[in-house]
Design a protein around this ligand. Structure first.
Ligand SMILES: Cc1ncc(COP(=O)(O)O)c(C=O)c1O
Length: 451
């Protein structure tokens, strides 16, 4: 029997009714990928307000690696609700914050003393990482990357790349931010090919220090180990080691933004482990909280201690409910061996996606690491013109047929997988069947897809 069960056309009447109220009450800037209003969720499944059951390949944008309402998370929350909800860590601290900090200090790569600051979101974690790096190095500048995404606050907007809809209209941005190309091999900024390029893009950082900003003015390089919103681009192995070596030579901190890549998504606790690199500061968020809002900055103890007492924090940062949920979610990742599962799911997807690529020229690139996988869609293989409208059609086809899936990429032409890692094989395969049907439907009769 099919996992997906549709009782109404999607969106159903109750979702449509709520959408009308949403349009009146909520600003249009607060975008949503689907017009479906959710009633409940469990594991990798969603039930909407019209009683339709859908498969979830979005996981609240990568926040639910342990699944919706993971039983251990729900029970930890129940216990915490009966103790206290909030006192503020800066007024009367509590043990769960410390336990979580200790656990993250041990999990994050690096054989040296570490300390952890807890905050409310990924963007807030990035903001704090930059504050700490500037305070420690006493240098102002930050180097970031094309196609990067780090959040929607004013500093993080200054670091990110995609202009529409993220940056446009919100100018001016923070100064002393310098952007260089990422190792996005499918769309190499220098029109080179890997491996003959010898990672020119990474080595080019040295040139940036001669022609754009002096190395001694740079506090940190901030980089995602795999691009998230930028389209799930996983650079070749040596890319980060080259960057890291350059940073070390110039006393620049290396900050890895693992908000989307962390907590098992790439088949390791952190993607840095997949690349064998040790960052000075690692930024976490999303799946850290097991479904609750939580972000973290984890770094070398002496760096994290640079700001004076009172220089870091916020009213709700490291809220006790979020800390208990995170501790339970870490247990689930370990107990259920979800890192192994991420690799299995990724390979299962890759096998299907490579077959799609052979069949439909629309599928220009198949890529990713662990379960962080994607396909990039193009109008023609040679020109690699982004298939933007086709991508939108595929996302729409999928949710209309019971699969919630997200697009990504600077051109909006990438379909990415962020399903909970607890998804079972039957659910996963049925989701992929819907995606395949969407590709087939969109490709039918289109000249670009028959070349
Ligand atoms: C790599 C990365 N950093 C930071 C953020 C911002 O996190 P948040 O939306 O929790 O502020 C995101 C969100 O998608 C992200 O993918």
């Amino acid at each position: 029997m099919s996992v997906i069960q549709l009782r109404t056309a999607i969106p159903g009447p109750r979702s449509c009714e709520l959408m009308q109220r949403r349009l009146t009450a909520v600003p249009r800037g607060a975008y949503h990928f689907t017009p479906i209003f959710v009633a409940r969720a469990e594991g990798a499944l969603l039930e909407d307000v019209d009683g339709n059951r859908l498969i979830d390949f979005a996981g609240g944008i990568g926040c639910l690696n342990v699944g919706h309402r993971a039983p251990a998370v729900v029970s930890a929350l129940g216990a915490e609700v009966n103790r206290f909800l909030h006192t503020c860590f800066h007024v009367t601290p509590y043990e769960s914050y410390i336990r979580l900090a200790e656990r993250l200090n041990a999990l994050v790569p690096g054989d040296f003393p570490k300390k952890t600051l807890l905050v409310n979101s990924g963007a807030e974690a990035v903001e704090n990482a930059v504050k700490i790096a500037r305070c420690y190095t006493r240098r102002p500048a930050i180097v970031c990357f094309e196609d990067a995404f780090h959040g929607r606050t004013l500093l993080t907007l200054s670091l990110i790349s995609k202009t529409h809809p993220y940056k446009s209209g919100f100018e001016p941005f923070v100064g002393d931010v310098y952007r260089i190309p990422y190792a996005y091999c499918y769309r190499c900024a220098y029109s080179l090919e890997y491996p003959s390029c010898k990672l020119f893009c990474a080595h080019h950082l040295e040139d940036t220090f001669k022609r754009v900003v002096a190395a001694e003015a740079v506090a940190a390089v901030v980089v995602e180990p795999v691009l998230g919103e930028g389209g799930f681009v996983a650079p070749p192995g040596e890319f980060f080691q080259i960057l890291l070596d350059i940073c070390r030579r110039h006393g620049i901190l290396f900050i890895a933004d693992e908000v989307q890549t962390g907590f098992g998504r790439t088949g390791a606790f952190f993607a840095c482990e997949r690349y064998g690199i040790v960052p000075d500061i690692l930024i976490a968020g999303k799946s850290l909280g097991g479904g609750l809002p939580l972000g973290a900055v984890i770094g070398r103890a002496e760096i994290m201690d640079a700001p004076a007492a009172g220089g870091l924090g916020g009213t709700f940062g490291g809220n006790p409910l979020a800390c208990e949920a995170a501790l339970a979610a870490l247990d689930v990742l370990e107990r259920q061996k979800l890192l192994d599962r991420a690799n299995e799911l990724g390979e299962r997807f890759a096998a299907r996606a490579h077959a799609w690529q052979r069949r439909w020229p629309l599928v220009g690139d198949v890529r990713g690491l662990g379960a962080m996988r994607a396909i990039e869609l193009v109008r023609l293989r040679d020109s690699r013109e982004p298939a933007v409208e086709e991508t939108k059609e595929i996302v729409r086809y999928c949710y209309e047929h019971g699969l919630v899936v997200l697009s990504a990429g600077s051109y909006g032409n990438v379909i990415r997988l962020l399903m909970p890692l607890v998804i079972n094989t039957e659910e996963f395969d049925e989701g992929l069947d819907v995606l395949a049907a969407a590709l087939e439907t969109v490709c039918e009769g289109k000249a670009a897809c028959t070349v």
